[in-house]
Each structure stands twice: as structure tokens, then as C-alpha cells.
Design a protein around this ligand. Sequence first.
Ligand code: GLP
Length: 265
Amino acid sequence: MNILIFSDEQQLTEAAVQLILQAYERKPNLVLGLAAGRTPRRLYSDLVRAYQEKKIDFSLVRVFALDEFRGLSPNHPLSFAYYFKENLFNHINLRPENIFLLNGQTEKIDDHCRFYESMILQTGGIDIQILGIGLNGHIGFNEPGSSFGSRTRLQILTPETRANQQALFQAQGEDPPTMALTMGLATILEARNIILLATGEDKAAIISQALEGPITISLPASCLQLHPSVFVFLDELAASQLKRKAFYLYCQEINKREKLPIVIL
Ligand code: GLP
């Protein structure tokens, strides 16, 4: 695992964008998996800036959404489809046919999920999957107890995940959805590279458990320990409970000198 620690969110995001740009230089038709949520917002706005500065052209890039709330239309302001439009798609030159979203309103859930998986395969697989982490260790909406063999499917949300969404949905006069569609843990682990982003003190405990604790389905993000090319981008606060923090910083210094690590394509 490449655990990278930065003094603030700006530096963290710049480094993550650099990694994506390096991959893009080598493969202009990059396949990206995209997480929604608070954490990657800045990454997306920095990618928009990179596009405006002509450092990246998205005309051949393909993107797959990681998850979506069950029941929400793509126009619902709290749907992830809407989030991606607002934060990224509306500002760059992705081709509509290269955008793959999970349809929270599909009536044929199994068919839709199987189709989604087949589209990932058809593009040649995800090159870089961007992830955040939930306070209970979920990635995508793979809640604790999700099998490491799980694939894209419908997942019932835990009360704590719904509680975390409560304020946002309440502001719309709604209750948080009870379910979501999500790529499975096996789907995520098949991505060639994974970027995990975490910022803030509230993520410190779960980050240390996920990266340094036992691998268990009780903490879905711990499955990332099994993946050969994970890049974890943390700010100081999110990194504050890591036991081997000094060693990670030492490696980061050496890697910087050697211009490592690089993504697998
Ligand atoms: C959400 C989403 C994930 C997201 C994670 C962290 O519920 N299902 O895709 O990465 O939880 O969210 P945030 O970045 O807002 O803390």
C-alpha cells in the first residue's frame, strides 16, 4: 500500500490529480471509477481546472459511478448522478456515451447490475477507482458484512449510514433512502489501481483500522489490504491514528526522490 500523508487538503488533492494526469499521459482513454461524497469534491474541481488548463482532455476517457441511492432519479439533487453532473460532467468534455451511471430507479435490478459489470469488462476494466470511506468502513455502499466476493448489487443501508445522510435529506423534506446500488467489493478489487481519499479527524480511527487492522468483512475497506496497487491520500488529521505513520512518511520522502510510485496500466 502506498500511504501518502499531506499537510492539507489542497496538497493532497494536487498529488492525487498528478497521479491521474500521469496515468492519462500513458493512456488517454483511461477508465475511471468515481465515488461521490464530500471528500472527492475538491479532486473533481481540480480535475476541471486541469481540463481548463488543457492538461487533460476527457474526450476518450470513460467513467463509471461507484454507487447510487435506490429510488432517486438522476435529477434528484441528492442523487449521485446529479452530484457527478454538478461537480464534474457539466464542466468537462466527457462524451455522454462514455458515462456509465447506476440507475437507482431501475425495475430490473439484477439485469441492470449484470449489465453494468459487463460494461466495465467491455471497456477493458477500471484503471483507477476513486474511493472515499464511510465512518463504519464502507466503500461504495458495501456495508459491514459485505462479502469480499460481492459484485454490483442492491445493498440495504445500515442505520448509521442513513443517520449520516439524515440532515441532507431532511433539508429536502425527505427521509434518507433505505437501500442503494453499489459496485461490490470484488468489482472494486478488480480495478487496476485504487485511490482512497480521507480527510479530517472523524476518519482517523476507521483509517487506522482499515489499513493496519485485521482484514475482515466487518470493516469492508480492510479488503484494500489485499489489492496490489492502492494509493491512500490522507491529510494529517485522517492520518493521526496510524501506528506506522513515521515509516509511511519516510517511504513517501524516498519515493518522491525516486519519482515513485506509478500506477499500473
Ligand atoms: C458515502 C458513499 C461513498 C463515499 C463515502 C464517504 O455514503 N456511499 O461513495 O465515499 O460514503 O463519504 P464522504 O466523503 O462524504 O465522507
